[in-house]
Write a protein that binds this ligand. Structure first.
Ligand code: DQA
Length: 144
């Protein structure tokens, strides 16, 4: 089983960006967590990040036939991107939406998620742990 851990804009700046909201752990820490979780679950995982919406669409399209599941934090594009929703719908790869912060308790403009309609679950406000939980959830879902 192969999982893609896909991250949108500014997540490469984890640790530096708004630590009161996103914590002090870095993007490298996220990569380490994903690798360790993959070993624990007996799955393969690749981690990718882009600041560009089109590159994220390309990554989703390229995932077709390669990855069995996607853990997706679209970051700010969560709240704006029909293109990412359409890409997820096109490939039909089981996807879990993840947000490090609890978006439900933040600004009004963060209350909309376009991608959510194409996701099997959403995990918010669990910090980086949310990624590990999403990987567990996908493994359970795919082995059913
Ligand atoms: C985020 C929440 C988004 O609203 C924000 O734009 C991000 C990160 C999160 O992980 O909490 O960049 O997706």
């Amino acid at each position: 089983m192969k999982l893609l851990i896909l991250n949108g804009p500014n997540l490469n700046l984890l640790g530096l960006r708004e630590p009161a909201i996103y914590g002090r752990e870095t993007y490298e820490d996220l990569k380490t967590l994903a690798a360790e979780t993959a070993v624990r679950l007996g799955v393969e995982a690749d981690v990718y990040q882009s600041n560009h919406e089109g590159a994220l669409v390309d990554a989703i399209q390229a995932a077709y036939g390669v990855y069995d599941g996607i853990v997706f934090n679209p970051a700010a594009y969560t709240h704006t991107s029909v293109a990412l929703l359409d890409a997820l719908k096109a490939v039909s790869i089981p996807t879990v939406e993840v947000h490090i912060s609890d978006v439900s308790k933040r600004e009004d403009f963060r209350q909309v998620s376009y991608v959510r309609a194409a996701c099997i679950a959403t995990i918010t406000g669990r910090g980086l742990r949310g990624y590990a939980e999403a990987m567990e959830l996908l493994k359970e879902h795919l082995f059913k």
